[in-house]
Ligand binder design. Structure first.
Ligand code: NAD
Length: 527
């Protein structure tokens, strides 16, 4: 057995430093159980003592691009021992709605490094996103997506583009908590936590410092979502103060996205909540040249996963034509992560040289720019032939000795705020006119509080609503404690009992608190 800290499992920058993770007993290659022989080239090439990694060949083009990528990584000197697990379509169709067998978690928890080809999510309901499951189960909170253009060798309108999107990976609307509440209305909860904001914003600044980047830009929509996106922005500002040498700026997401699509060279490192990062990292990869070129790393305090950003491209499957670059460059990120920067550098520079030599797969092949159109395996062969070479025109990469290692950031402990109950929102289903509804909602009142307002889809419609406001069957009725009157949980229960007796069809409640005197709830539009 070897200790994982000795093999430099970490968040992945310079080699040879233990970033303070708990040592984990992992089997060395010669006593590693269950290496699947379905990865013959990879398993045959692993030497005793090599770093175990969990590999999934995925669906569609996955097996072809994984085979090609592992072949290049091993030829480039990667000292890895792949263990293969099955995930994806076959597992889904065998009745496992998570798309991953329980036994696969054993390998992931043992190796803590997952190299994953894309998978196909079967059409139809009932299947959970495997990516979201893996990211959240393993706490992979930071998604890092470098997007660089390779002009003039890969066609793009943005020759100077070289940015990294750091996307929060676990929270936001991706909590996947959805409810149908009334005939008309469905809801998805957007959850943003302070620890989540601290970790991802710290990661972005630590990454920028380690890689010598000059600026971190935050995108949110905090002019509308003042509490959730507002928290993300506030924590961004707090963390930025710890990095005075790094420029920081914030853009409202809509105009920020427009600027990113138009002038990506104006950005360096970008940090943003989950949904915005999901959308904009695909946009950034596409305008850099092709989604087929972009890698991604998913990093957590205990584990990491590396994959291409594209999907399984089923229509191209089995034809040996797909571009393996996204997955291969994810493998380069993985090598840096496990402390093998020399191999990472060798492979990445050989890849750049291959691109520069005009040896291209169909998706980036352009007559006049490209020289030879190659297959997936032919592209891998061309990179292997160039191992040891550097690009002449494109900037070569340097990983060995570059950057300062940084521990995967964690959240700081905080003193809990003083929380005071000041009211309750009661959501009801109703088709009666709002004035009649207000009379009914007041009938439950028997304490030191009042019905303060009723909103429909967030817009105040009582008192003094506008007749033009379109209303659904879903009403939020806000009760607030009278000034200086104590308001307790008992009061809310008494209220709900009264409403129940009055025949009110309530579908949900939210308690309203202040935290250290600050309201922990938003106002209604027009309130
Ligand atoms: P896709 O990324 O698979 O394909 C989009 C387009 O890009 C297609 O025209 C495809 O041919 C092309 N393309 C993608 N990767 C390429 C490559 N390496 N080389 C050349 N061309 C490439 O997106 P999609 O069609 O929306 O999704 C297909 C399947 O992939 C779906 O089941 C989806 O759920 C899944 N998916 C998986 C992941 C993942 O596992 N990480 C990510 C996205 C989509």
């Amino acid at each position: 057995m070897i200790k994982i800290a000795e093999i430099n499992f970490n968040n992945g920058l310079a080699a040879g430093k233990n970033r303070g993770l708990q040592p984990l007993e992992v089997p060395a290659m010669n006593d590693t159980p269950s290496i699947d022989s379905s990865s013959p080239s990879a398993a045959a090439s692993a030497r005793p003592g090599a770093v175990p990694i969990t590999v999934a060949y995925g669906d569609g083009i996955g097996p072809e691009i994984m085979e090609a990528s592992l072949r290049v990584l091993l030829a480039g000197g990667a000292d890895i021992a792949p263990e293969t697990i099955s995930i994806g379509e076959q597992v889904y169709l065998a009745g496992n709605t998570a798309g991953i067998e329980p036994s696969a978690w054993d390998s992931l928890r043992r190796t803590r490094v997952f190299y994953k080809a894309p998978i196909t999510t079967p059409q139809g309901g009932g299947f959970k996103s495997l990516n979201v499951t893996v990211r959240k189960s393993l706490g992979l909170y930071s998604n890092i997506r470098p997007c660089r253009s390779y002009a003039p060798y890969v066609a793009t309108r943005h020759s100077g583009m070289d940015l990294v999107i750091i996307r929060e990976n676990e929270e936001d609307l991706y909590a996947g908590i959805e409810h149908r509440q009334t005939d008309d209305v469905y809801q998805c909860l957007k959850l943003i936590s302070r620890p989540g904001c601290e970790k991802i914003n710290r990661y972005a600044f630590a990454y920028a410092r380690a890689y010598g980047r000059k600026k971190v830009t935050c995108f949110t929509k905090d002019n509308i979502m003042k509490l959730t996106d507002g928290l993300f922005h506030k924590v961004f500002r707090e963390v930025a103060e710890e990095y005075p040498e790094i420029e920081n700026e914030h853009w409202i997401i809509d105009i920020g996205a427009a600027k990113l699509a138009d002038t990506p060279e104006a950005f360096d490192v970008l940090v943003m909540p989950n949904l915005y990062g999901d959308v904009l990292s695909d946009v950034a990869a596409q305008i850099a040249g092709s989604v087929g070129l972009a890698p991604s790393a998913n990093i957590g305090e205990h584990c990491a996963m590396f994959e291409a950003i594209h999907g399984s491209a089923p229509r191209r499957a089995g034809q040996n034509v797909a571009n393996p670059s996204g997955l291969l460059l994810a493998g380069v990120m993985m090598l840096v992560h496990i402390g093998q920067p020399e191999a990472a550098e060798r492979v990445h520079n050989a890849w750049l040289k291959t691109i520069e030599d005009g040896i291209h797969t169909y998706d980036i092949f352009k007559p006049g720019i490209s020289k030879v159109q190659v297959s997936t395996s032919g592209f891998a062969d061309a990179i292997i032939e160039r191992l040891g070479q550097k690009p002449a025109k494109l900037d070569p990469v340097t990983y060995s000795g570059s950057g300062e290692a940084f521990p995967v950031p964690t959240a700081s402990p905080r003193k809990p705020a003083k929380k005071v109950l000041v009211g309750i929102d009661v959501f009801v289903q109703s088709t009666t006119p709002v004035d009649d509804l207000a009379v009914k909602m007041k009938s439950g009142i028997s304490g030191a509080y009042d019905l303060a307002m009723i909103t429909n889809r967030g817009v105040k419609v009582w008192p003094q609503g506008l007749p033009e406001t379109f209303c659904t069957d879903h009403w939020r009725c806000r009760y607030l404690a009278r000034p200086d009157q104590p308001f307790t949980l008992e009061d809310t229960l008494t209220l709900l009992q009264g409403l129940n007796r009055a025949g009110v069809d309530f579908v949900k409640t939210e308690l309203l608190f202040t935290f250290d005197g600050e309201p922990g709830y938003s106002l209604g539009q027009g309130q």
